[in-house]
Design a binder for this molecule. Structure first.
Ligand SMILES: Nc1ncnc2c1ncn2[C@@H]1O[C@H](COP(=O)(O)OP(=O)(O)OP(=O)(O)O)[C@@H](O)[C@H]1O
Ligand SMILES: [Mg+2]
Length: 249
Protein backbone atom coordinates (compact mmCIF):
# COMPACT_ATOMS: atom_id res chain seq x y z
CA UNK A 1 0.00 0.00 0.00
CA UNK A 2 1.43 3.46 -0.87
CA UNK A 3 2.33 5.74 2.02
CA UNK A 4 -0.37 8.37 2.63
CA UNK A 5 0.71 11.87 1.61
CA UNK A 6 -1.47 13.67 4.11
CA UNK A 7 -1.37 13.12 7.87
CA UNK A 8 -3.65 10.62 9.50
CA UNK A 9 -5.69 12.73 11.89
CA UNK A 10 -7.06 10.90 14.93
CA UNK A 11 -9.33 12.46 17.54
CA UNK A 12 -8.88 10.86 20.94
CA UNK A 13 -12.20 11.44 22.54
CA UNK A 14 -14.68 10.38 25.21
CA UNK A 15 -16.82 12.89 27.04
CA UNK A 16 -16.30 10.94 30.22
CA UNK A 17 -13.54 12.49 32.32
CA UNK A 18 -10.40 10.75 33.46
CA UNK A 19 -10.61 7.72 31.17
CA UNK A 20 -7.11 8.08 29.75
CA UNK A 21 -7.52 10.36 26.70
CA UNK A 22 -4.45 12.46 27.41
CA UNK A 23 -2.35 9.51 28.53
CA UNK A 24 -3.30 7.65 25.36
CA UNK A 25 -2.48 10.69 23.19
CA UNK A 26 0.95 11.17 24.76
CA UNK A 27 1.91 7.50 24.75
CA UNK A 28 0.55 6.73 21.30
CA UNK A 29 2.31 9.86 20.01
CA UNK A 30 5.59 8.86 21.62
CA UNK A 31 5.24 5.31 20.33
CA UNK A 32 4.60 6.42 16.75
CA UNK A 33 7.49 8.91 16.97
CA UNK A 34 9.78 6.12 18.13
CA UNK A 35 8.79 4.19 15.00
CA UNK A 36 10.09 7.10 12.90
CA UNK A 37 6.79 8.90 12.29
CA UNK A 38 6.47 12.69 12.54
CA UNK A 39 3.73 13.30 15.09
CA UNK A 40 1.83 16.39 16.21
CA UNK A 41 -0.34 16.34 19.32
CA UNK A 42 -3.00 19.01 19.38
CA UNK A 43 -4.08 19.89 22.89
CA UNK A 44 -7.75 20.81 22.54
CA UNK A 45 -8.52 20.69 26.25
CA UNK A 46 -8.56 23.89 28.37
CA UNK A 47 -7.06 21.80 31.18
CA UNK A 48 -3.87 21.68 29.11
CA UNK A 49 -2.89 18.29 30.49
CA UNK A 50 -1.19 17.12 27.30
CA UNK A 51 0.88 20.32 27.28
CA UNK A 52 1.90 19.89 30.91
CA UNK A 53 2.47 16.17 30.41
CA UNK A 54 4.84 16.90 27.53
CA UNK A 55 6.78 19.36 29.66
CA UNK A 56 5.57 22.69 28.21
CA UNK A 57 4.93 24.97 31.19
CA UNK A 58 1.90 27.28 31.09
CA UNK A 59 4.11 30.40 30.99
CA UNK A 60 5.81 29.07 27.84
CA UNK A 61 2.56 28.65 25.92
CA UNK A 62 2.52 31.90 23.98
CA UNK A 63 0.51 30.97 20.92
CA UNK A 64 -1.90 28.17 21.66
CA UNK A 65 -4.84 26.32 20.18
CA UNK A 66 -6.98 29.26 21.38
CA UNK A 67 -5.22 31.61 18.93
CA UNK A 68 -5.34 28.86 16.30
CA UNK A 69 -9.12 28.45 16.50
CA UNK A 70 -9.65 32.21 16.68
CA UNK A 71 -7.61 32.58 13.48
CA UNK A 72 -5.18 34.82 15.32
CA UNK A 73 -2.12 32.62 14.76
CA UNK A 74 -1.21 30.10 12.05
CA UNK A 75 -0.41 26.50 12.97
CA UNK A 76 3.33 27.00 12.38
CA UNK A 77 3.53 29.65 15.11
CA UNK A 78 1.62 27.53 17.62
CA UNK A 79 3.69 24.34 17.33
CA UNK A 80 6.32 23.60 19.97
CA UNK A 81 8.93 20.87 19.91
CA UNK A 82 8.93 18.50 22.86
CA UNK A 83 11.78 16.58 24.44
CA UNK A 84 10.67 13.56 22.43
CA UNK A 85 12.25 13.46 19.01
CA UNK A 86 9.73 13.81 16.14
CA UNK A 87 6.90 14.59 18.62
CA UNK A 88 5.57 18.16 18.46
CA UNK A 89 2.79 19.87 20.36
CA UNK A 90 0.19 22.55 19.78
CA UNK A 91 -0.37 23.58 23.42
CA UNK A 92 -3.49 24.78 25.22
CA UNK A 93 -4.27 26.99 28.19
CA UNK A 94 -7.42 27.71 30.17
CA UNK A 95 -8.19 30.47 27.61
CA UNK A 96 -9.69 27.73 25.48
CA UNK A 97 -12.59 27.33 27.91
CA UNK A 98 -14.28 30.45 26.52
CA UNK A 99 -14.15 29.23 22.93
CA UNK A 100 -17.63 27.69 22.92
CA UNK A 101 -19.19 31.01 23.89
CA UNK A 102 -16.92 33.22 21.79
CA UNK A 103 -17.14 31.25 18.56
CA UNK A 104 -20.49 29.54 19.02
CA UNK A 105 -22.38 31.90 16.73
CA UNK A 106 -19.82 31.93 13.92
CA UNK A 107 -21.07 30.28 10.75
CA UNK A 108 -17.89 28.25 10.14
CA UNK A 109 -17.61 27.35 13.84
CA UNK A 110 -17.30 23.58 13.37
CA UNK A 111 -14.67 23.90 10.62
CA UNK A 112 -12.18 26.09 12.49
CA UNK A 113 -9.74 23.29 13.35
CA UNK A 114 -10.12 21.61 9.97
CA UNK A 115 -9.27 24.91 8.25
CA UNK A 116 -6.33 25.50 10.58
CA UNK A 117 -4.96 22.08 9.64
CA UNK A 118 -5.36 22.63 5.90
CA UNK A 119 -1.82 23.98 5.61
CA UNK A 120 1.61 22.83 4.45
CA UNK A 121 2.72 22.82 8.08
CA UNK A 122 0.19 20.08 8.86
CA UNK A 123 1.33 18.08 5.83
CA UNK A 124 4.81 17.77 7.41
CA UNK A 125 3.32 15.26 9.83
CA UNK A 126 2.48 11.60 9.42
CA UNK A 127 0.07 11.64 12.36
CA UNK A 128 -1.90 14.34 14.10
CA UNK A 129 -3.46 13.27 17.40
CA UNK A 130 -6.10 15.53 18.92
CA UNK A 131 -6.50 15.33 22.70
CA UNK A 132 -10.15 16.26 23.30
CA UNK A 133 -11.73 17.69 26.45
CA UNK A 134 -14.16 15.62 28.55
CA UNK A 135 -17.27 17.03 26.87
CA UNK A 136 -19.16 16.99 23.59
CA UNK A 137 -18.60 20.72 23.20
CA UNK A 138 -17.77 22.79 20.13
CA UNK A 139 -14.11 21.90 20.73
CA UNK A 140 -14.84 18.20 20.43
CA UNK A 141 -17.06 18.74 17.39
CA UNK A 142 -14.18 20.66 15.76
CA UNK A 143 -11.96 17.64 16.40
CA UNK A 144 -14.56 15.27 14.91
CA UNK A 145 -14.87 17.43 11.81
CA UNK A 146 -11.09 17.76 11.38
CA UNK A 147 -10.18 14.10 11.86
CA UNK A 148 -10.20 10.97 9.73
CA UNK A 149 -11.07 8.70 12.61
CA UNK A 150 -11.95 8.57 16.27
CA UNK A 151 -10.09 6.63 18.92
CA UNK A 152 -12.12 6.15 22.11
CA UNK A 153 -10.28 5.43 25.35
CA UNK A 154 -12.62 3.42 27.51
CA UNK A 155 -11.94 2.69 31.12
CA UNK A 156 -12.27 -1.03 31.70
CA UNK A 157 -14.90 -0.77 34.42
CA UNK A 158 -18.56 -1.43 34.93
CA UNK A 159 -20.05 1.95 33.96
CA UNK A 160 -17.83 2.51 30.96
CA UNK A 161 -20.49 1.91 28.34
CA UNK A 162 -22.76 4.58 29.78
CA UNK A 163 -22.24 7.74 27.79
CA UNK A 164 -20.69 5.93 24.87
CA UNK A 165 -23.99 5.94 22.99
CA UNK A 166 -24.12 9.74 23.23
CA UNK A 167 -20.64 9.95 21.73
CA UNK A 168 -21.66 7.57 18.94
CA UNK A 169 -24.72 9.73 18.18
CA UNK A 170 -22.49 12.80 17.96
CA UNK A 171 -20.12 10.94 15.63
CA UNK A 172 -23.10 9.98 13.46
CA UNK A 173 -24.35 13.58 13.35
CA UNK A 174 -20.94 14.87 12.31
CA UNK A 175 -20.66 12.13 9.67
CA UNK A 176 -24.06 13.10 8.23
CA UNK A 177 -23.32 16.81 8.18
CA UNK A 178 -19.70 17.93 8.10
CA UNK A 179 -17.40 14.91 7.75
CA UNK A 180 -18.83 12.01 5.69
CA UNK A 181 -15.58 9.99 5.88
CA UNK A 182 -15.45 9.95 9.67
CA UNK A 183 -14.66 6.49 11.03
CA UNK A 184 -14.37 4.89 14.44
CA UNK A 185 -10.78 3.65 14.52
CA UNK A 186 -11.24 1.70 17.68
CA UNK A 187 -11.77 1.55 21.38
CA UNK A 188 -8.70 1.60 23.58
CA UNK A 189 -9.31 -0.18 26.85
CA UNK A 190 -7.49 1.71 29.56
CA UNK A 191 -6.76 0.91 33.18
CA UNK A 192 -7.36 -2.72 32.45
CA UNK A 193 -7.09 -4.89 35.52
CA UNK A 194 -6.66 -8.59 34.96
CA UNK A 195 -8.12 -9.28 38.38
CA UNK A 196 -11.54 -8.19 37.08
CA UNK A 197 -13.36 -10.51 34.74
CA UNK A 198 -14.17 -8.11 31.92
CA UNK A 199 -14.38 -10.49 29.02
CA UNK A 200 -18.18 -10.30 28.84
CA UNK A 201 -18.21 -6.51 28.77
CA UNK A 202 -15.55 -6.50 26.07
CA UNK A 203 -17.54 -8.95 24.00
CA UNK A 204 -20.65 -6.82 24.41
CA UNK A 205 -18.67 -3.79 23.34
CA UNK A 206 -17.41 -5.44 20.19
CA UNK A 207 -20.93 -6.52 19.32
CA UNK A 208 -22.42 -3.12 19.99
CA UNK A 209 -19.97 -0.98 18.07
CA UNK A 210 -18.30 -3.35 15.60
CA UNK A 211 -15.15 -1.34 16.11
CA UNK A 212 -11.73 -2.73 16.70
CA UNK A 213 -11.08 -3.08 20.38
CA UNK A 214 -7.42 -2.26 20.70
CA UNK A 215 -5.89 -3.36 23.92
CA UNK A 216 -3.24 -0.74 24.51
CA UNK A 217 -3.76 -1.02 28.21
CA UNK A 218 -0.77 -0.35 30.39
CA UNK A 219 0.58 -2.72 32.91
CA UNK A 220 0.08 -0.81 36.10
CA UNK A 221 -1.66 2.37 37.12
CA UNK A 222 1.22 3.23 39.44
CA UNK A 223 3.67 3.06 36.57
CA UNK A 224 1.58 5.48 34.50
CA UNK A 225 1.15 7.91 37.39
CA UNK A 226 4.89 8.04 38.06
CA UNK A 227 5.63 8.71 34.44
CA UNK A 228 3.08 11.52 34.17
CA UNK A 229 4.59 13.21 37.21
CA UNK A 230 8.03 13.19 35.64
CA UNK A 231 6.85 14.60 32.30
CA UNK A 232 8.11 11.61 30.44
CA UNK A 233 6.44 9.50 27.86
CA UNK A 234 5.78 5.89 28.48
CA UNK A 235 6.42 3.43 25.78
CA UNK A 236 6.20 -0.21 26.55
CA UNK A 237 8.35 -2.23 24.22
CA UNK A 238 5.87 -5.06 23.95
CA UNK A 239 3.37 -2.64 22.42
CA UNK A 240 5.73 -1.73 19.59
CA UNK A 241 4.91 -4.86 17.63
CA UNK A 242 1.20 -4.28 18.10
CA UNK A 243 1.50 -0.71 16.81
CA UNK A 244 3.56 -1.76 13.82
CA UNK A 245 0.94 -4.28 12.81
CA UNK A 246 -1.94 -1.90 13.40
CA UNK A 247 -0.64 1.42 12.06
CA UNK A 248 -4.04 3.14 11.90
CA UNK A 249 -4.06 3.13 8.12
N1 LIG B 1 -3.91 3.03 30.55
C1 LIG B 1 -3.82 3.47 31.81
N2 LIG B 1 -3.51 2.64 32.83
C2 LIG B 1 -3.45 3.11 34.08
N3 LIG B 1 -3.67 4.38 34.45
C3 LIG B 1 -3.98 5.25 33.48
C4 LIG B 1 -4.07 4.84 32.11
N4 LIG B 1 -4.41 5.92 31.37
C5 LIG B 1 -4.53 6.93 32.26
N5 LIG B 1 -4.26 6.55 33.52
C6 LIG B 1 -4.31 7.42 34.71
O1 LIG B 1 -5.67 7.86 34.86
C7 LIG B 1 -5.73 9.25 35.17
C8 LIG B 1 -6.53 10.00 34.12
O2 LIG B 1 -5.84 9.92 32.87
P1 LIG B 1 -5.93 11.05 31.78
O3 LIG B 1 -5.61 12.39 32.35
O4 LIG B 1 -5.11 10.57 30.62
O5 LIG B 1 -7.47 10.97 31.42
P2 LIG B 1 -8.31 11.96 30.51
O6 LIG B 1 -9.41 11.17 29.90
O7 LIG B 1 -7.41 12.70 29.60
O8 LIG B 1 -8.88 12.96 31.60
P3 LIG B 1 -9.73 14.29 31.30
O9 LIG B 1 -11.10 13.82 30.91
O10 LIG B 1 -9.72 15.06 32.59
O11 LIG B 1 -9.04 15.02 30.19
C9 LIG B 1 -4.29 9.70 35.30
O12 LIG B 1 -3.96 9.67 36.66
C10 LIG B 1 -3.50 8.68 34.52
O13 LIG B 1 -2.20 8.57 35.04
MG1 LIG C 1 -7.23 14.77 29.29
Amino acid sequence: MPEPTTPRVLAITNQKGGVGKTTTAINLGAALASLGEQVLIIDLDPQGNASTGLGVAARDRENTTYELLHEEAPLASVIRQTSVERLDLAPATTDLSSTDVELGSQENRVFLLKDALSTDTARDYDYILIDCPPSLSLLTVNALVACDAVLVPLQAEFFALEGLSQLMLTVRDVRETANPGLRIEGVVLTMYDQRNNLSQQVEALQGAYTAKVTELQTQSAEQVKGIAQHHQQLFLQQKKKLLKENRFS
